[in-house]
Design a protein around this ligand. Structure first.
Ligand code: SF4
Length: 168
């Protein structure tokens, strides 16, 4: 059966959160060009699987895909479109951290076809966010939601963590 869904892992994060055991790479500067070059090679290797496929969904997870910035996400999606057919109205999601959301980035994401954002909010308690080593505070969550909506993305989910234990 031809694939209908594509998950792309973007492993880069500004720092590792205290609860995180995902496969990530902490980088002060995200190596966007090197990543996209590597992705092209990976997808080229999947040409037989992608041939004849029509993708209903594309999901950029991480890590922190929003660390690719506006143009980096656009490059990733161009790389996919060059190698796979997309459905008429595909759902294209990226995971984003609130502090990466700004008008310019959102404009690039929307122009590239992104229509859903999963926002790494985790908590509205600033003390908990600090303990988690998150890079945003609680106010930035609401600002990011407003910026996404203003930019044309209404399909937004918030990642929240419950039952995290505070440090002793
Ligand atoms: S942002 Fe997500 S993937 Fe990155 S370190 Fe934090 S929990 Fe892990």
């Amino acid at each position: 059966m031809a694939p209908r869904h594509l998950y792309i892992h973007v492993p880069f994060c500004a720092r590792r959160c205290s609860y995180c055991d995902f496969s990530i790479a902490v980088r002060a500067t995200t190596p966007v060009d090197e990543y996209v070059t590597g992705l092209r090679t990976e997808l080229d290797g999947l040409r037989p699987e992608l041939q004849g496929a029509t993708l209903d969904t594309i999901y950029l997870g991480g890590g922190t895909p929003s660390r690719l910035g506006g143009l980096g996400v656009a490059d990733v999606l161009t790389t996919v479109r060059d190698r796979a057919r997309l459905a008429d109205a595909p759902e294209i999601t990226i995971e984003a951290n609130p502090d990466d959301v700004n008008d310019m980035a959102v404009a690039h994401w929307v122009a590239a076809g992104v229509n859903r954002v999963s926002l790494g909010s985790q908590s509205f308690d600033d003390a908990a966010l600090k303990w988690m080593h998150r890079t945003h505070d609680s106010l930035q969550i609401g600002r990011a939601v407003n910026t996404l909506r203003r930019g044309g993305i209404g399909n937004i989910s918030l990642d929240l963590i419950f039952a995290a234990l505070m440090g002793e």
